[in-house]
Write a protein that binds this ligand. Structure first.
Ligand SMILES: Cc1cc2nc3c(=O)[nH]c(=O)nc-3n(C[C@H](O)[C@H](O)[C@H](O)COP(=O)(O)OP(=O)(O)OC[C@H]3O[C@@H](n4cnc5c(N)ncnc54)[C@H](O)[C@@H]3O)c2cc1C
Length: 365
Protein backbone atom coordinates (compact mmCIF):
# COMPACT_ATOMS: atom_id res chain seq x y z
CA UNK A 1 0.00 0.00 0.00
CA UNK A 2 2.93 2.32 0.65
CA UNK A 3 4.15 1.77 -2.92
CA UNK A 4 0.67 1.99 -4.39
CA UNK A 5 -0.08 5.25 -2.57
CA UNK A 6 3.14 6.73 -3.97
CA UNK A 7 1.94 5.66 -7.41
CA UNK A 8 -1.45 7.22 -6.64
CA UNK A 9 -0.04 10.66 -5.82
CA UNK A 10 2.46 10.61 -8.69
CA UNK A 11 -0.20 9.66 -11.26
CA UNK A 12 -2.60 12.24 -9.85
CA UNK A 13 0.09 14.89 -10.25
CA UNK A 14 0.38 14.03 -13.91
CA UNK A 15 3.40 11.69 -13.87
CA UNK A 16 3.84 8.27 -15.41
CA UNK A 17 4.45 5.41 -12.99
CA UNK A 18 5.75 1.87 -13.35
CA UNK A 19 5.02 -0.24 -10.27
CA UNK A 20 7.16 -3.36 -9.95
CA UNK A 21 5.91 -6.10 -7.60
CA UNK A 22 7.73 -9.31 -6.81
CA UNK A 23 4.53 -11.38 -6.46
CA UNK A 24 2.06 -11.56 -9.33
CA UNK A 25 -0.21 -9.61 -6.97
CA UNK A 26 0.94 -8.19 -3.64
CA UNK A 27 0.75 -10.58 -0.69
CA UNK A 28 2.42 -8.56 2.08
CA UNK A 29 1.27 -6.75 5.20
CA UNK A 30 -1.12 -4.53 3.24
CA UNK A 31 -3.38 -7.49 2.47
CA UNK A 32 -2.97 -9.20 5.83
CA UNK A 33 -4.00 -6.35 8.10
CA UNK A 34 -7.34 -5.42 9.67
CA UNK A 35 -7.95 -2.59 7.26
CA UNK A 36 -8.30 -0.31 10.28
CA UNK A 37 -7.82 3.35 9.51
CA UNK A 38 -6.95 3.81 13.16
CA UNK A 39 -6.76 7.34 14.52
CA UNK A 40 -7.68 6.55 18.11
CA UNK A 41 -4.40 5.27 19.49
CA UNK A 42 -2.01 7.64 17.73
CA UNK A 43 0.49 9.70 19.69
CA UNK A 44 -0.32 13.42 19.77
CA UNK A 45 1.66 15.59 17.35
CA UNK A 46 3.12 14.41 14.03
CA UNK A 47 1.73 10.88 14.31
CA UNK A 48 -1.83 12.07 14.94
CA UNK A 49 -1.57 14.76 12.28
CA UNK A 50 -0.38 12.16 9.76
CA UNK A 51 -3.20 9.78 10.67
CA UNK A 52 -5.86 12.52 10.47
CA UNK A 53 -4.58 13.69 7.08
CA UNK A 54 -4.47 10.07 5.92
CA UNK A 55 -8.04 9.53 7.14
CA UNK A 56 -9.15 12.48 4.98
CA UNK A 57 -7.27 11.09 1.99
CA UNK A 58 -8.72 7.59 2.47
CA UNK A 59 -12.20 9.09 2.54
CA UNK A 60 -11.70 11.08 -0.66
CA UNK A 61 -9.97 8.19 -2.44
CA UNK A 62 -12.80 5.94 -1.23
CA UNK A 63 -15.33 8.22 -2.92
CA UNK A 64 -13.48 7.75 -6.22
CA UNK A 65 -12.79 4.05 -5.69
CA UNK A 66 -15.80 2.37 -4.05
CA UNK A 67 -13.98 -0.98 -4.24
CA UNK A 68 -11.82 0.16 -1.30
CA UNK A 69 -14.84 -0.41 0.91
CA UNK A 70 -14.07 2.73 2.90
CA UNK A 71 -16.52 3.24 5.74
CA UNK A 72 -16.47 5.76 8.55
CA UNK A 73 -17.49 3.19 11.15
CA UNK A 74 -15.70 4.59 14.21
CA UNK A 75 -14.49 2.34 17.00
CA UNK A 76 -15.44 1.33 20.52
CA UNK A 77 -12.79 0.30 23.04
CA UNK A 78 -14.68 -1.60 25.71
CA UNK A 79 -13.74 -1.36 29.38
CA UNK A 80 -14.77 -3.33 32.44
CA UNK A 81 -12.78 -2.23 35.46
CA UNK A 82 -12.19 1.05 37.27
CA UNK A 83 -8.54 1.12 36.14
CA UNK A 84 -9.51 0.60 32.48
CA UNK A 85 -12.20 3.26 32.75
CA UNK A 86 -9.63 5.68 34.19
CA UNK A 87 -7.49 5.27 31.05
CA UNK A 88 -10.52 6.02 28.86
CA UNK A 89 -11.32 9.08 31.02
CA UNK A 90 -7.75 10.32 30.65
CA UNK A 91 -8.07 9.88 26.87
CA UNK A 92 -11.21 12.03 26.62
CA UNK A 93 -9.44 14.69 28.73
CA UNK A 94 -6.59 14.99 26.18
CA UNK A 95 -6.37 18.38 24.45
CA UNK A 96 -6.64 16.61 21.07
CA UNK A 97 -9.63 14.46 22.08
CA UNK A 98 -12.05 16.44 19.91
CA UNK A 99 -9.85 16.02 16.82
CA UNK A 100 -10.06 12.25 17.31
CA UNK A 101 -13.79 12.33 18.08
CA UNK A 102 -13.25 10.68 21.48
CA UNK A 103 -16.25 10.30 23.77
CA UNK A 104 -16.78 8.13 26.84
CA UNK A 105 -20.02 6.16 26.49
CA UNK A 106 -21.97 4.13 29.04
CA UNK A 107 -22.56 0.49 28.12
CA UNK A 108 -26.11 1.40 27.15
CA UNK A 109 -24.97 4.22 24.87
CA UNK A 110 -22.35 1.93 23.30
CA UNK A 111 -25.04 -0.68 22.58
CA UNK A 112 -27.18 1.99 20.94
CA UNK A 113 -24.24 2.61 18.56
CA UNK A 114 -23.39 -1.07 18.13
CA UNK A 115 -26.32 -3.34 19.10
CA UNK A 116 -24.30 -6.53 18.47
CA UNK A 117 -22.41 -5.87 21.71
CA UNK A 118 -24.78 -7.72 24.04
CA UNK A 119 -22.08 -9.03 26.37
CA UNK A 120 -20.20 -7.88 29.39
CA UNK A 121 -18.58 -4.41 29.65
CA UNK A 122 -19.28 -1.30 31.69
CA UNK A 123 -18.33 1.60 29.39
CA UNK A 124 -16.63 2.31 26.07
CA UNK A 125 -14.25 4.82 24.55
CA UNK A 126 -15.81 5.92 21.25
CA UNK A 127 -13.49 7.23 18.54
CA UNK A 128 -15.52 8.78 15.75
CA UNK A 129 -12.54 9.29 13.38
CA UNK A 130 -11.66 5.59 13.10
CA UNK A 131 -12.60 3.98 9.81
CA UNK A 132 -12.05 0.80 7.83
CA UNK A 133 -11.25 -0.43 4.33
CA UNK A 134 -11.09 -3.92 2.79
CA UNK A 135 -7.42 -4.90 2.79
CA UNK A 136 -7.73 -8.04 0.67
CA UNK A 137 -9.11 -6.09 -2.28
CA UNK A 138 -8.05 -2.47 -1.73
CA UNK A 139 -4.85 -2.91 -3.71
CA UNK A 140 -6.71 -4.39 -6.68
CA UNK A 141 -9.30 -1.62 -6.64
CA UNK A 142 -6.62 1.08 -6.59
CA UNK A 143 -4.72 -0.65 -9.35
CA UNK A 144 -7.81 -0.67 -11.58
CA UNK A 145 -8.33 3.06 -11.05
CA UNK A 146 -4.63 3.77 -11.68
CA UNK A 147 -4.69 1.74 -14.91
CA UNK A 148 -7.66 3.80 -16.10
CA UNK A 149 -5.43 6.91 -15.98
CA UNK A 150 -3.35 5.59 -18.89
CA UNK A 151 -0.22 6.73 -17.03
CA UNK A 152 0.30 3.64 -14.89
CA UNK A 153 1.95 0.31 -15.67
CA UNK A 154 1.88 -2.62 -13.25
CA UNK A 155 4.60 -5.23 -13.61
CA UNK A 156 3.82 -8.18 -11.34
CA UNK A 157 6.06 -11.21 -10.82
CA UNK A 158 9.25 -9.15 -11.06
CA UNK A 159 11.74 -8.49 -8.31
CA UNK A 160 13.85 -5.33 -8.24
CA UNK A 161 17.43 -6.59 -7.88
CA UNK A 162 19.83 -3.75 -8.46
CA UNK A 163 20.19 0.01 -8.75
CA UNK A 164 21.96 0.56 -12.05
CA UNK A 165 22.30 4.35 -12.09
CA UNK A 166 20.46 7.55 -11.25
CA UNK A 167 16.78 6.64 -10.67
CA UNK A 168 17.36 3.41 -12.53
CA UNK A 169 16.80 -0.21 -11.46
CA UNK A 170 17.15 -3.66 -12.99
CA UNK A 171 14.58 -6.37 -12.32
CA UNK A 172 15.10 -10.15 -12.24
CA UNK A 173 13.94 -10.41 -15.87
CA UNK A 174 16.98 -8.34 -16.78
CA UNK A 175 14.90 -5.31 -17.75
CA UNK A 176 16.14 -1.88 -16.71
CA UNK A 177 13.60 0.77 -15.68
CA UNK A 178 14.68 4.40 -15.60
CA UNK A 179 12.65 7.34 -14.36
CA UNK A 180 12.97 10.64 -12.53
CA UNK A 181 12.61 8.98 -9.13
CA UNK A 182 12.63 5.44 -7.78
CA UNK A 183 10.74 4.72 -4.55
CA UNK A 184 11.57 1.40 -2.92
CA UNK A 185 8.55 0.49 -0.79
CA UNK A 186 9.55 -3.04 0.07
CA UNK A 187 7.64 -3.38 3.34
CA UNK A 188 9.27 -5.84 5.73
CA UNK A 189 11.67 -7.23 3.11
CA UNK A 190 14.72 -5.61 4.62
CA UNK A 191 17.37 -8.06 3.41
CA UNK A 192 18.90 -8.44 -0.04
CA UNK A 193 18.70 -5.26 -2.09
CA UNK A 194 17.57 -3.09 0.84
CA UNK A 195 20.42 -4.26 3.07
CA UNK A 196 22.92 -3.65 0.27
CA UNK A 197 21.60 -0.13 -0.32
CA UNK A 198 20.84 1.02 3.21
CA UNK A 199 23.53 -0.88 5.11
CA UNK A 200 23.25 -3.14 8.14
CA UNK A 201 22.16 -0.38 10.54
CA UNK A 202 18.76 0.38 9.06
CA UNK A 203 16.76 1.63 12.08
CA UNK A 204 13.81 -0.60 11.26
CA UNK A 205 12.73 -3.89 12.81
CA UNK A 206 10.23 -6.58 11.86
CA UNK A 207 7.14 -7.52 13.88
CA UNK A 208 5.00 -10.61 13.31
CA UNK A 209 1.28 -10.85 14.11
CA UNK A 210 -1.32 -13.63 14.14
CA UNK A 211 -4.82 -13.02 12.83
CA UNK A 212 -8.06 -14.86 12.08
CA UNK A 213 -11.31 -14.37 10.22
CA UNK A 214 -14.69 -15.95 10.90
CA UNK A 215 -17.68 -16.97 8.84
CA UNK A 216 -20.34 -14.24 8.57
CA UNK A 217 -21.65 -13.09 11.95
CA UNK A 218 -25.23 -13.00 10.72
CA UNK A 219 -25.71 -9.46 12.02
CA UNK A 220 -24.00 -6.12 11.59
CA UNK A 221 -21.10 -5.06 13.76
CA UNK A 222 -21.52 -1.35 13.15
CA UNK A 223 -18.17 -0.25 14.63
CA UNK A 224 -14.68 -1.63 15.01
CA UNK A 225 -14.11 -2.99 18.50
CA UNK A 226 -11.04 -3.13 20.76
CA UNK A 227 -10.43 -4.31 24.30
CA UNK A 228 -8.63 -2.47 27.07
CA UNK A 229 -5.41 -4.39 26.38
CA UNK A 230 -5.11 -2.11 23.34
CA UNK A 231 -4.50 0.79 25.78
CA UNK A 232 -1.20 -0.90 26.63
CA UNK A 233 0.04 -0.75 23.02
CA UNK A 234 -1.00 2.60 21.66
CA UNK A 235 0.99 5.72 22.56
CA UNK A 236 -2.12 7.94 22.89
CA UNK A 237 -2.92 6.33 26.23
CA UNK A 238 0.46 6.77 27.93
CA UNK A 239 0.17 8.52 31.29
CA UNK A 240 -0.59 8.00 34.96
CA UNK A 241 -3.84 6.13 34.41
CA UNK A 242 -2.11 3.65 32.10
CA UNK A 243 0.77 3.25 34.56
CA UNK A 244 -1.80 2.39 37.23
CA UNK A 245 -3.46 -0.12 34.89
CA UNK A 246 -0.15 -1.77 34.05
CA UNK A 247 0.89 -1.88 37.70
CA UNK A 248 -2.40 -2.94 39.20
CA UNK A 249 -4.12 -5.14 36.64
CA UNK A 250 -2.24 -7.96 34.97
CA UNK A 251 -3.09 -9.02 31.43
CA UNK A 252 -4.43 -12.56 31.02
CA UNK A 253 -1.34 -14.84 30.90
CA UNK A 254 -1.81 -15.75 27.22
CA UNK A 255 -2.32 -12.09 26.30
CA UNK A 256 0.83 -11.11 28.20
CA UNK A 257 2.91 -13.94 26.71
CA UNK A 258 1.94 -13.10 23.12
CA UNK A 259 1.71 -9.32 23.70
CA UNK A 260 -1.91 -9.31 22.66
CA UNK A 261 -4.78 -6.92 22.31
CA UNK A 262 -8.18 -7.46 20.78
CA UNK A 263 -8.98 -5.59 17.59
CA UNK A 264 -12.00 -6.63 15.56
CA UNK A 265 -13.62 -5.35 12.40
CA UNK A 266 -16.38 -6.74 10.23
CA UNK A 267 -15.65 -7.52 6.60
CA UNK A 268 -18.09 -6.78 3.82
CA UNK A 269 -19.10 -10.48 3.68
CA UNK A 270 -20.12 -10.25 7.36
CA UNK A 271 -17.10 -12.19 8.69
CA UNK A 272 -15.03 -10.77 11.52
CA UNK A 273 -11.31 -10.09 11.24
CA UNK A 274 -9.89 -10.59 14.72
CA UNK A 275 -6.38 -10.24 16.17
CA UNK A 276 -3.67 -9.78 17.26
CA UNK A 277 -0.36 -10.86 18.75
CA UNK A 278 3.10 -9.24 18.55
CA UNK A 279 6.31 -11.21 18.07
CA UNK A 280 9.61 -9.32 17.99
CA UNK A 281 12.30 -11.97 18.41
CA UNK A 282 13.92 -13.71 15.47
CA UNK A 283 13.70 -16.28 14.08
CA UNK A 284 9.94 -15.85 13.78
CA UNK A 285 7.67 -18.86 14.18
CA UNK A 286 6.72 -20.33 10.82
CA UNK A 287 3.44 -21.68 12.18
CA UNK A 288 0.48 -20.18 14.02
CA UNK A 289 -0.24 -21.29 17.59
CA UNK A 290 -3.69 -21.88 19.03
CA UNK A 291 -3.58 -20.28 22.51
CA UNK A 292 -3.87 -16.69 21.23
CA UNK A 293 -6.88 -17.69 19.12
CA UNK A 294 -8.52 -19.33 22.13
CA UNK A 295 -7.92 -16.17 24.18
CA UNK A 296 -9.33 -13.89 21.47
CA UNK A 297 -12.36 -16.14 21.05
CA UNK A 298 -13.09 -15.92 24.80
CA UNK A 299 -12.76 -12.12 24.81
CA UNK A 300 -14.93 -11.61 21.71
CA UNK A 301 -17.62 -14.01 22.92
CA UNK A 302 -17.75 -12.17 26.25
CA UNK A 303 -18.30 -8.83 24.45
CA UNK A 304 -20.80 -10.16 21.92
CA UNK A 305 -22.60 -12.30 24.50
CA UNK A 306 -22.84 -15.11 21.94
CA UNK A 307 -20.64 -17.80 20.38
CA UNK A 308 -18.27 -16.78 17.63
CA UNK A 309 -19.03 -18.15 14.14
CA UNK A 310 -16.64 -20.80 12.82
CA UNK A 311 -13.11 -19.55 12.26
CA UNK A 312 -12.52 -19.78 8.54
CA UNK A 313 -9.04 -18.36 8.08
CA UNK A 314 -5.91 -18.04 10.20
CA UNK A 315 -2.77 -16.31 9.07
CA UNK A 316 0.27 -14.38 10.17
CA UNK A 317 1.75 -11.19 8.77
CA UNK A 318 4.91 -9.19 9.26
CA UNK A 319 5.28 -5.45 9.22
CA UNK A 320 8.33 -3.20 9.37
CA UNK A 321 8.52 -0.68 12.21
CA UNK A 322 11.02 2.11 12.96
CA UNK A 323 13.03 1.08 16.02
CA UNK A 324 12.28 4.57 17.36
CA UNK A 325 8.55 3.91 17.39
CA UNK A 326 7.75 7.62 17.64
CA UNK A 327 8.91 8.05 14.03
CA UNK A 328 6.08 7.80 11.51
CA UNK A 329 8.21 6.25 8.77
CA UNK A 330 11.81 5.76 7.64
CA UNK A 331 12.41 7.74 4.44
CA UNK A 332 16.02 7.58 3.24
CA UNK A 333 17.76 8.51 0.02
CA UNK A 334 19.87 5.43 -0.68
CA UNK A 335 21.30 6.38 -4.10
CA UNK A 336 20.93 9.23 -6.61
CA UNK A 337 17.22 9.46 -7.35
CA UNK A 338 16.42 6.37 -5.25
CA UNK A 339 14.43 6.56 -2.01
CA UNK A 340 13.61 3.86 0.50
CA UNK A 341 10.29 4.31 2.33
CA UNK A 342 9.59 1.68 4.97
CA UNK A 343 8.90 1.16 8.67
CA UNK A 344 5.44 2.69 9.21
CA UNK A 345 4.73 -0.10 11.72
CA UNK A 346 1.27 -1.13 12.87
CA UNK A 347 -0.17 2.08 11.45
CA UNK A 348 1.14 1.71 7.91
CA UNK A 349 -2.22 0.99 6.34
CA UNK A 350 -3.72 4.01 8.07
CA UNK A 351 -0.91 6.43 7.27
CA UNK A 352 0.15 5.25 3.79
CA UNK A 353 -1.71 7.94 1.77
CA UNK A 354 -0.27 10.74 3.92
CA UNK A 355 3.22 9.21 3.97
CA UNK A 356 3.20 9.06 0.18
CA UNK A 357 1.83 12.61 -0.04
CA UNK A 358 4.75 13.83 2.10
CA UNK A 359 7.22 12.10 -0.21
CA UNK A 360 5.50 13.69 -3.21
CA UNK A 361 5.65 17.14 -1.60
CA UNK A 362 9.26 16.80 -0.46
CA UNK A 363 10.41 15.63 -3.90
CA UNK A 364 8.32 18.31 -5.67
CA UNK A 365 6.36 15.82 -7.75
C1 LIG B 1 -1.41 -8.65 10.66
C2 LIG B 1 -1.25 -7.18 10.48
C3 LIG B 1 -2.27 -6.32 10.86
C4 LIG B 1 -2.11 -4.94 10.67
N1 LIG B 1 -3.18 -4.12 10.89
C5 LIG B 1 -3.11 -2.81 10.52
C6 LIG B 1 -4.25 -1.99 10.55
O1 LIG B 1 -5.37 -2.45 10.81
N2 LIG B 1 -4.10 -0.66 10.29
C7 LIG B 1 -2.89 -0.14 9.94
O2 LIG B 1 -2.80 1.07 9.76
N3 LIG B 1 -1.81 -0.91 9.77
C8 LIG B 1 -1.89 -2.24 10.06
N4 LIG B 1 -0.80 -3.05 9.90
C9 LIG B 1 0.43 -2.47 9.36
C10 LIG B 1 0.32 -2.31 7.85
O3 LIG B 1 -0.30 -3.43 7.27
C11 LIG B 1 1.71 -2.11 7.24
O4 LIG B 1 2.42 -1.09 7.91
C12 LIG B 1 1.59 -1.69 5.77
O5 LIG B 1 0.71 -2.57 5.10
C13 LIG B 1 2.96 -1.69 5.13
O6 LIG B 1 2.79 -1.47 3.75
P1 LIG B 1 4.00 -1.66 2.76
O7 LIG B 1 3.49 -1.33 1.42
O8 LIG B 1 5.19 -0.94 3.30
O9 LIG B 1 4.38 -3.21 2.90
P2 LIG B 1 3.78 -4.50 2.17
O10 LIG B 1 2.30 -4.45 2.11
O11 LIG B 1 4.37 -5.68 2.83
O12 LIG B 1 4.28 -4.38 0.69
C14 LIG B 1 5.62 -4.49 0.30
C15 LIG B 1 5.61 -5.06 -1.09
O13 LIG B 1 6.90 -4.96 -1.67
C16 LIG B 1 7.12 -6.12 -2.45
N5 LIG B 1 8.58 -6.26 -2.59
C17 LIG B 1 9.49 -6.38 -1.62
N6 LIG B 1 10.74 -6.41 -2.12
C18 LIG B 1 10.60 -6.28 -3.48
C19 LIG B 1 11.52 -6.21 -4.56
N7 LIG B 1 12.84 -6.27 -4.36
N8 LIG B 1 11.03 -6.10 -5.82
C20 LIG B 1 9.70 -6.01 -6.03
N9 LIG B 1 8.79 -6.06 -5.04
C21 LIG B 1 9.23 -6.19 -3.78
C22 LIG B 1 6.48 -7.23 -1.65
O14 LIG B 1 6.21 -8.36 -2.44
C23 LIG B 1 5.23 -6.53 -1.12
O15 LIG B 1 4.11 -6.69 -1.97
C24 LIG B 1 -0.91 -4.42 10.12
C25 LIG B 1 0.12 -5.29 9.76
C26 LIG B 1 -0.04 -6.66 9.92
C27 LIG B 1 1.06 -7.58 9.51
Amino acid sequence: MVGTMHAWHAVNRGHEVVQIERESEARGASLRNFGQIWVSGRAGGEELETALRARELWESIGERVPGLGFRACGSLTLVRTARETAVAEAAVARPDAAARGYKLLTAEEARAVNPALRGDFTAALWCERDAAVEPRTAQLALKEELLASGRYTYLGGREVREVTGTASVRDDHGDVHTGDTVVLATGAWLGGLVRELAGPDLPVRRVRLQMMQTDPLGETLTTSVADADSFRYYPAYAGEALDALNAGQAQAPTAAEHRMQLLMVQRRDGGLTIGDTHEYEHPFAFDTVEEPYEHLTRVVESFLGRPLPRVRRRWAGVYAQCTDTSRVVHRQQVRDGVWLVTGPGGRGMTCSPAIAETTADELNW
